[in-house]
Write a new protein. Sequence first.
Length: 148
Amino acid sequence: MDFGQLNQHLWTALQPYLPLLLAEAARETGKRVPAAIRRLWQEVAERLRQRPAGAEALDDLRAAPEDPDAQAAFRLQVKKHLAADPAWAAHLAALLAQAGSRYQAEVHGGGAVAQGPGATAAGERGVVIGGDATGNIIVTGDDNQVRG
């Protein structure tokens, strides 16, 4: 089992709901969180609370859910627990499969959306290059002329 990939999938499932899951009034707002996601969160939070470093990561995430460092610390602790207990990892993988993949997005104007592990997006008239573009001419915009 690839614990890093499982960890990424867990984070992808939980992250959109963090503001609700971490809210002080989580019992009230929990009705807006899908039951499978709520269960995943409960399982992960309960497990992390068993070790001081995990509890600290949860507390830091609760205090600053938008902080990339707090998010990274949380993901690291989850990854360590997954690797330490393959049976728990398999259990979470099954819960994650039950939760399914749901992506939500809203774009205003000429933006772009990339969702899911490894996804890439460029805004309106943007260019995404997945390799070497040496020697190529890339033109975006209106009324451009390329002369060689």
